[in-house]
Design a protein around this ligand. Structure first.
Ligand code: IMP
Length: 426
């Protein structure tokens, strides 16, 4: 049985990782997030109540400890709001640990995110405007402020002064409001003192936990197609949702990862801009959006909807080393006469099974589909694979065949009871 499991999104995010990680977290002692920030949004149903989380790992409901790893960019104000939101609903938050090496998102990052999108005009990424990209830019420019510095008043003061001067030059150039050092400092120094007790060297904690035979779950945010290296650049986020980032962003050696579960929808969705070969701009797409309630958790935007894309999930199998697939929202496809699965692309008269690296070529890819008969039955109460309608079983088996990854979990509804387990992970 596994000791360390990674859960990654295999498409463009929003695959429903929250439900699966919440389920797996009942078996894990510690749940760790390793990248991204409050651009992510998980909807979790716990004890019949719905919760929406952005920064705090879904393990908060069941595991002993949740960790916000060093690979993350953390908006302190949002984190405190989320902790308060949970406390009001009587969910304890004292198990949270924040890496002293994670980076801080400050208000000027958000303003820069907005400005950059505005300047890009037609080349907008369609970001969540949470300041994610600019915070990672500062990290790699080695001018960012880490949590360990943020909670040290003197260090924070010095670094913030430099940052505000530097950023104000940009805002000045574009006639945008400038930031006042005292205002930002006085507000954020309060947040720092609230968060200080939770800050620690989380890599050390993970290492100790492993030495004590604890089970660890690494929870990815977004999806591999939004990965800065392996996604549809430049229409991506600024971190690496791929499983390889667990090692860097969690502070654990790659030799210590046992399983990588890829979460996939029975169809595809995407928010924001960028090519999407299997996109359905028709009634079937509208039907799936309505039944699947495909609206963004963070921005409320309607998600673009399409058929399952086997080229993409094979790509994520390769770059993330998937050992199992968790198929979500299979119930949403009930009632569709013919379901389709994309097995290849046609690009300039040739059939290809990989994703071209440029948007120019990717947007010219046309999906090559296989069609399968659908099913009518409501499957939201099915508990065992053999009780699924034959056509739904065949659909799942076809996904295994196309992606070459065994299906280990199937979800047929938002509730944790609506889960078919084909293989125990822990
Ligand atoms: P950013 O992460 O806010 O910079 O946004 C970059 C791209 O990633 C945009 O297309 C966003 O819509 C997308 N994105 C970021 N986070 C998520 C997520 O959690 N789910 C789905 N899309 C996301």
């Amino acid at each position: 049985m596994a000791k360390t499991v990674v859960v990654v999104g295999t498409q463009w995010g929003d695959e429903g990782k929250g439900k699966i990680t919440e389920y797996l977290s009942s078996k894990a002692n510690i749940v760790v997030r390793y990248q991204g920030g409050n651009n992510a949004g998980h909807t979790i149903v716990f004890n019949q109540e719905q919760y929406k989380l952005n920064l705090i790992p879904s393990g908060i409901f069941r595991s002993e400890k949740v960790i916000l790893g060093n690979g993350m960019v953390i908006n302190p104000k949002s984190l405190i709001e989320e902790m308060n939101y949970l406390s009001v609903r009587r969910i304890l938050t004292n198990s949270i640990r924040i890496s002293d090496r994670a980076h801080v998102i400050l208000p000027y990052h958000i303003a820069l995110d907005e400005l950059q999108e505005e300047l890009k005009e037609d080349l907008k990424v369609g970001t969540t405007k949470k300041g994610i990209g600019p915070a990672y830019v500062d990290k790699y420019a080695r001018t960012g402020i880490r949590i360990g510095e943020f909670i040290d008043v003197e260090l924070f003061k010095d670094k913030l002064k430099y940052q505000i001067n530097e950023k104000n030059e940009i805002f000045n150039k574009y006639n945008k409001p400038l930031f006042n050092f005292d205002d930002v400092f006085n507000e954020y120094v309060k947040y720092a003192s609230i968060l200080k007790p939770y800050v620690t060297d989380t890599s050390y904690e993970i290492d100790e936990a492993l030495a004590n035979e604890k089970k660890i779950l690494f929870e990815g945010a977004q999806g591999v197609m939004l990965d800065i290296d392996h996604g549809t650049y430049p229409y991506v986020t600024s971190s690496n949702p791929s499983a390889g980032a667990v090692s860097i962003g969690g502070g654990i050696g790659p030799t210590l990862i046992d399983e990588v579960i890829g979460v996939v929808k029975a169809y595809s969705t995407r928010v924001g801009e960028g090519a999407f070969p299997t996109e359905l701009k028709n009634e079937t797409g509208d039907y799936i959006r309505k039944i699947g309630r495909e609206y963004g958790t963070v921005t409320g935007r309607p998600r673009r909807v399409g058929w399952f894309d086997g080229v993409i999930v094979s790509h994520t199998r390769r770059v993330s080393g998937l050992t199992g697939l968790s198929i979500n929202l299979l119930d949403v496809l009930s009632g569709i006469d013919t379901v389709k699965l994309c097995v290849a692309y046609e690009l300039e008269g040739q059939e290809i099974k990989h994703i071209p690296s440029t948007t120019k070529l990717f947007s010219r890819c046309r999906p090559v589909y296989i069609e399968m008969p659908g099913w009518d039955e409501d499957i939201s109460d099915v508990k065992h694979f053999n009780d699924l309608p034959k056509n739904a079983q065949n659909f799942v088996k076809k996904i295994e065949e196309i992606t070459k990854v065994p299906v280990v979990i199937i979800s047929v509804g938002p509730d944790r009871e609506q889960t078919i387990i084909l293989k125990d992970i822990y």
